[in-house]
Design a protein around this ligand. Structure first.
Ligand code: COA
Length: 399
């Protein structure tokens, strides 16, 4: 039987830190002292908002950091909220107390502001290292999604692209917000399917080409890199979505609004819809895994007509090529698809969710790899003369 004095130090630290709850208890206690501190001080650290976010993010980490990192976090937290360590060193036998005290004390006279910054950076790094759902933002009811109309009803999460004057072209922010909307729908058990459609006469005219306009030459590489990251995450949100996605193509579809259809589970279109992927016309290249999915579902030759040579196809041709499941006359499109979707929503939610995940599982990693490769090529293409000339031609076409 080990007396507490000879229990190894790391064991005691483990006892102190390993339980998930402890992290909450530890930091909740500190929150209280922080409140007292900040209300009584006129010298508020400058990063309060980000610091609060970092605290929330820490609680969402899936993996427990090691004890050394926890001590570092503890020390920085104390320094950020209370300043220099002025409390007496715990007694010899209090090994955990002493380790915590040392972690705080060794920060010396680091300013509270710098401690907040270091705390935020450390938590960000931990979140990044675990690849991290913890950094992900999820919006929810009452929060605005840019360019989207979200309707939450009867197990169905509706995402409507809502920029009809611009034919529902997708801005950088919309890419991010569609991804966040999908994440909201994925997480909330109230919804068993997601539906995507467009407002007005178009389903979507694809990438908003002004995403690339007004970029000075010295910023093109930066824009292309940012675009790559945004697109990667957007397409991953489709690949990883754990419930069925139904696309209702209410009118013409261009570019990424066509390619993402092959990542949806069921696609219906009005007979007025057309499908167009003018990548080579724009000096660009396929995205949303279409370089893999299109040849797979329609055969290589037919896919090449679309992906390499800009062939625009009708709804009936899209059905014949297996890109969509069915076509409805425009005057009954809404009624027909609404009643089908309501029937889908009655299906056992766990059953359709698990079946969807199973359907996707064998190709999930492959799709993610293809997505990454496509985004990397696009990063290059967006910086090419072919691409910038094509975009210039689009915006000057009416002059
Ligand atoms: N990016 C930016 N703006 C777009 C857009 C896009 N993808 N699609 C449409 N718009 C804008 C137009 O510039 C126009 O804006 P304005 O009213 O300020 O001039 C408005 O939306 C309406 O489009 P318009 O071209 O007048 O309508 P149309 O019915 O004649 O043509 C399209 C519709 C979609 C065929 C045509 O706008 C087009 O070819 N857009 C580009 C599509 C594209 O190449 N997408 C990228 C694919 S990778």
């Amino acid at each position: 039987m080990a007396a507490s004095g000879i229990v190894p130090k790391f064991k005691l630290l483990q006892n102190c830190f390993t339980a998930n709850n402890l992290r909450f208890r530890l930091f909740n206690l500190e929150n209280k002292s922080r409140l007292i501190h900040t209300t009584s001080s006129c010298l508020r650290p400058a990063h309060d908002k980000d610091f609060e976010k970092a605290k929330e993010r820490l609680n969402k980490l899936k993996e427990e950091p090691g004890n050394d990192v926890k001590l570092k976090i503890y020390g920085l937290f104390k320094q950020a909220t209370q300043g220099k360590c002025n409390v007496p060193k715990p007694g010899m036998m209090d090994l955990v107390g002493k380790a915590k005290w040392s972690a705080w004390n060794e920060l010396g006279s680091m300013s509270q502001d710098d401690a907040q910054k270091a705390y935020i950076n450390l938590v960000d790094q931990l979140a990044k290292d675990e690849g991290s759902e913890a950094v992900e933002e999820v919006k929810g009811p009452g929060v605005q999604y840019e360019g989207l109309k979200i309707t939450r009803e009867n197990k169905i999460f509706h995402i409507q692209l809502n920029r009809p004057k611009k034919k529902n072209a997708i801005t950088w922010q919309m890419y991010k917000d569609i991804g966040l909307a999908l994440k909201e729908a994925a997480k909330d058990d109230a919804y068993s399917i997601a539906v995507i459609t467009g407002a007005g006469d178009f389903y979507c005219s694809g990438n908003d080409l002004s995403n690339f306009a007004n970029v000075t030459p010295d910023k093109i590489a930066e824009m292309a890199n940012k675009g790559k990251e945004v697109l990667l995450e957007f397409v991953d949100a489709f690949i990883e979505f754990p419930k069925p996605i139904i696309a209702l193509v209410n009118g013409p579809a261009v570019g990424i609004s066509v390619t993402t259809l092959a990542l949806c589970d069921v696609v219906y279109a009005t007979d007025l819809a057309t499908f167009h992927t003018p990548f080579s016309q724009l000096g660009q290249s396929p995205e949303a895994c279409s370089s893999y999915t299109f040849p797979k579902i329609m055969g290589y030759a037919k896919a090449s007509e679309l992906l390499l040579f800009n062939k625009k196809i009708t709804a009936y041709e899209a059905k014949e090529r297996n890109l969509i499941a069915d076509v409805f006359p425009n005057d009954v499109f809404l009624k027909e698809t609404t009643s089908r979707i309501q029937e889908f929503a009655k299906c056992a939610p766990q059953s359709i969710r698990l079946s969807k995940v199973l359907n996707r599982s064998s190709e999930l990693q492959l799709l993610k790899k293809v997505n990454k490769e496509e985004c990397e090529l696009l990063e290059e293409r967006w910086q090419s003369k072919e691409c910038t000339d094509a975009i210039l031609a689009f915006f000057t076409r009416k002059s």
